[in-house]
Design a protein around this ligand. Structure first.
Ligand code: ADP
Length: 888
């Protein structure tokens, strides 16, 4: 940086139009006008030592708000010295050079002395005009006292405005100045860092900050970036150091901010650009790879396929419009865009749904339907009859809105298979919708598409899968739906089963109505009670109670065994299961109401047989291969080699005969040992009841569960205690109350029943009673265990065993009356299955026995009880305990 310079009193003046040269700034100019060429020539070029000139900003008069009287110095050709001052002491002139001859200009009252760092002279051809290129460095401010034109250019009388050393020292004492200086330097530093980061310049500028006095730095910094002419003037006029510093700080800071904003914007734009460029590049690459692989069906093609599929889906016009809108949206999306996939999956569903497609209705042949039902199902006469009636009505009035058939019964009694038979009889497709455990309404109706991972409900999904709009739809386990906070599936089902409403079934996901009215609904349930009444109201319940062992044996022989054999690729040539063995399986391995486990066990036997047959098959295959080798020459060789197979083939028989001989395998006949080998040791036996009741305190009850009727044992025991009653087993509230009632009844009759010694006040004195309902994890509730509970307690307290061949059921009142209970048919069937011979039932249940197959009844002794005493009389060998006492 230049040392303080001595300024002469007068300086040749170069006018800078709407521009300011600040001290410390370096500028390169080209002088072409006669006045400026003259000025440079005389003041700089021809001087021996380095000359100085003054740079004074001028502003067009039009831009100047405070224009004084204009001065017309005669275009610079004036030779005589003229001196005209305007009101501010400075002249206004008309520009001497060229084009803007008539334009008035306004001279600024301050300028900057400058020296030439570099000068070069040029001669333009062919005019021969001389021009100069000058690199000027601003040195220090001056004030124009007088401006005179000398020949072509101006000379000004000036007074320097440079800061002296003394001024500087004084300023440095001023704390305001010091803090302003510090602030400026900080801002300047920031600017340098930002610029360095951007341009990766070295630390050269930073050195300036330390070596150059701060007032000069202010000028240098401001001169380094573009600011408005007004601001430049303002900077030039800031003679006071503090004013200059604060002005410079403000300008530098503003510049810094503008750089930062610009940087942010650039970054953003660059980021976007590079992202889209990258995507473009990747897509190009993907296309190239696909082409290379010959895999050209990209997304666009997929959408075209989808559109074609939608067109042929036969949607109603309003739905077609809706679908088209969605398709339009999809077409505008990028495959990577969120929502693209869900939109596409949705449209696929719309295209896949059978809007028009339906199985053609065949003319219903009732006789054929009947034969079909008979060929698929043994027994079930009444049920089949009801189905035929149902079909007959449909035949007469195909759009009849009859009730929905609901098959109710334990598992494995043929509910599902009856529904498939209905579908087959009608020649329609069949679809099963499992409703077990459905607690969310959205399972039936779907989730709205706004949810992530939303799906259509099970019904619409089923319709899509089956592909026709008029299938037979089985709503399986309709009693297993429950309601919770997520809504009530039963309410949605109500809409489905209502012929008035299901024409426009609204699935939340689908969001357009779908016509379910052509669907034939059939439902199944294990129990009627859990089905909500409004739903039950829409259905006609057909009960399937379960089979007797005899029926099961027949079903097995006529239906299950042939089917199982077929499924395993076996025939009676390979496996035979005698009826006796089937009965054993029924007795010892299954105690269910239906035939599902029976079928499973038969399958297990078939699998075992299949393994054996396959092994034999292997053996015969080996033999056949050997036979093929047996040309006369080789025969002897093989014989010598002692191939066993060769020895068993009789000589001179034909190929066919040989292979037949090898294939004939005696059929595998299932016997007891095979049963044990394959199915394991028997799971049930007839001695179970006898063993369970071998101790006093156990009674045999009959209960009703989702699996049909069951035999249930109740155990009671007593111990020293405080007269409390404990109950265990999976029990509901009703059964707990039944236990209380039973105990109360027994306590009230303790004397009569001879359960307490004379003199003893209370039955419970000094003892606790514990009652347990074993039988696994089946939850137990209901009042029908009342009589069983009393029997267990009487047996315990009288120390008499209950009869092992007897089971009972009945509700007990506090006064000892036996009230009727439900599920009699299932319970009696269960007793029969367990090999029970005597069943004690409430007297008022007589009518229910009409439903029990006579084959079962003929094997059972049914005893009716009106009062609890009747039950006890029959439950113990030799009658009730108190009778014994009476006899004594
Ligand atoms: P559910 O739906 O009642 O649980 P399924 O209909 O699945 O029972 O029946 C189980 C198996 O038992 C099926 O293979 C079915 O064909 C067979 N089955 C049930 N009842 C009979 C019957 N009366 N005659 C022939 N097979 C039967």
């Amino acid at each position: 940086m230049a040392e303080p310079v001595e300024l002469p009193n007068r300086l040749g003046i170069l006018a800078f139009r709407n521009k300011v040269l600040l001290p410390g700034a370096i500028i390169r100019i080209r002088c072409t006008s006669p006045s400026s060429v003259k000025l440079v020539e005389q003041e700089l070029w021809q001087r021996e030592e380095k000359g100085l000139i003054g740079i004074v900003p001028v502003r067009d008069a039009a831009e100047s708000a405070s224009v004084g009287p204009a001065l017309y110095p005669g275009g610079g050709t004036d030779s005589g010295e003229r001196n005209v001052k305007n009101h501010s002491g400075l002249p206004e002139t008309r520009k001497a050079d060229g084009k803007s001859q008539q334009e008035p200009v306004h001279w600024h009252s301050r300028g900057v002395a400058a020296r030439a760092l570099h000068l070069s002279r040029g001669v333009e051809k062919p005019s021969g005009r001389v021009t100069y290129t000058v690199v000027l460095e601003g040195l220090c401010r001056f004030s124009v006292l007088e401006l005179n034109s000398r020949g072509t250019y101006y000379i000004a009388k000036i007074s320097p405005l440079d800061i002296t050393k003394a001024d500087m020292e004084q300023a440095e004492q001023d704390p305001d100045f010091v803090s302003l200086a510090r602030q400026f330097k900080t801002t300047a530093m920031e600017l340098i860092s930002v610029l360095e980061q951007k341009q990766k310049t070295g630390g050269r500028t930073k050195v300036l900050l330390e070596t150059v006095p701060v007032h000069k730095l202010a000028d240098i910094f401001v001169a380094s970036f573009e600011i408005s002419f007004e601001e430049q003037l303002c900077m030039l006029d800031s003679i006071d150091l503090k004013v200059r510093l604060s002005k410079a700080t403000e300008l530098v800071d503003r510049h810094l901010q503008s750089i930062r904003v610009a940087e942010k914007i650039t970054q953003k734009v660059e980021g976007q650009l590079s992202k889209s460029q990258r995507e473009f590049l990747l897509r190009q690459q993907m296309r190239a790879i696909k082409e290379e692989l010959g895999d050209n069906d990209d997304d666009e093609d997929d959408i075209a396929v989808l559109e074609r599929k939608m067109q042929s889906a036969g949607m109603p016009s309003n739905i077609w419009k809706h679908a088209q809108r969605e398709l339009k949206r999809l077409k505008k999306m990028q495959p990577q865009q969120p929502g693209y996939n869900s939109s596409r999956v949705y449209l696929e569903l719309l295209a896949d749904l059978p809007w028009q497609k339906a199985t053609e209705e065949q003319k219903l042949d009732l006789q054929a339907a009947k034969e079909r039902l008979d060929s698929d199902h043994y027994g079930l006469v009444k049920v089949k009859q009801r189905i035929i009636e149902y079909l007959a009505v449909r035949k007469l009035k195909p759009d009849a809105r009859g009730p929905v058939l609901c098959f109710v019964g334990p598992p494995g009694v043929g509910k599902t298979s009856l529904a498939t038979s209905i579908a087959a009889a009608l020649g329609r497709k069949f679809i099963r919708i499992s409703l077990g455990g459905v607690k969310d309404e959205a399972d039936i109706r779907g989730h709205r598409r706004t949810y992530i991972g939303s799906m259509p409900g099970r019904l619409i999904d089923g319709i899509k899968r089956v592909g026709v709009s008029n299938p037979v739809m089985l709503l399986d386990e309709i009693d297993k739906t429950g309601s919770d906070v997520r809504g009530d599936p039963a309410a949605a089902l109500l809409e489905v089963l209502d012929p008035e409403q299901n024409k426009t079934f609204n699935d939340h996901y689908l969001n357009v109505p779908y016509d379910l009215s052509k669907v034939i609904f059939v439902a199944t349930a294990n129990k009627v009670q859990p089905i909500p009444p409004p739903l039950l109201d829409r259905m006609e319940v057909i009960e399937l109670p379960g089979y007797t062992p005899e029926e099961k044996a027949k079903i097995a022989m006529q239906y299950l065994i042939p089917r199982v054999m077929d499924q395993h690729g076996l025939s009676s040539e390979f496996l035979q299961i005698p009826e006796g063995m089937v009965k054993l399986i029924i007795q010892r391995y299954t105690r269910e109401a239906g035939v599902r486990n029976l079928e499973r066990n038969l399958s297990a036997l078939a699998r075992a047989a299949a393994v054996k047959v396959a092994e034999q098959d292997n053996t015969s295959a080996v033999s056949k291969d050997i036979h093929q080798f047996s040309s006369p020459v080789e025969e002897s060789r093989l014989a010598e080699g002692a191939e066993v197979e060769m020895e068993v083939i009789p000589m001179g028989v034909s190929n066919q005969e040989i292979s037949n001989a090898l294939q004939v395998v005696s059929p595998l006949i299932v016997d007891e040992s095979m049963l044990e080998n394959v199915l394991g040791p028997p799971r049930y036996d007839d001695r179970e009841t006898a063993e369970r009741v071998s101790n006093p305190g156990v009674s045999v009850g009959l209960v009703w569960t989702a699996f049909g009727g069951e035999v249930q044992f109740v155990e009671a025991t007593a111990m020293a205690g405080k007269g409390e009653l404990r109950l265990t087993g999976q029990l509901g509230d009703v059964i707990k109350e039944s236990a209380q009632i039973a105990l109360t009844w027994v306590r009230a009759r303790a004397m009569e029943l001879d359960l307490v010694a004379t003199g003893e006040i209370s039955l419970m004195e000094g003892r606790d009673i514990h009652i347990h309902f074993p039988a696994g994890a089946v939850p137990k509730d209901g009042p029908s265990a009342g009589v069983t509970l009393v029997t267990a307690l009487v047996s315990l307290l009288s120390r008499k065993r209950m009869r092992a061949d007897t089971a009972m059921t009945g509700e007990l009142t506090l006064r000892g009356l036996v009230l009727p209970v439900g599920g009699i048919k299932d319970k009696v069937l269960a007793a029969h299955r367990y090999g029970i011979k005597r069943v004690i039932l409430p007297e008022r249940n007589i009518k229910d026995l009409a439903e029990v197959p006579s084959a079962v009844l003929s094997n059972l002794e049914i005893i009716y009880a009106k009062r609890m005493e009747d039950v006890l009389e029959q439950a113990f060998e030799g009658g009730c305990p108190w009778r014994q006492r009476a006899r004594l």
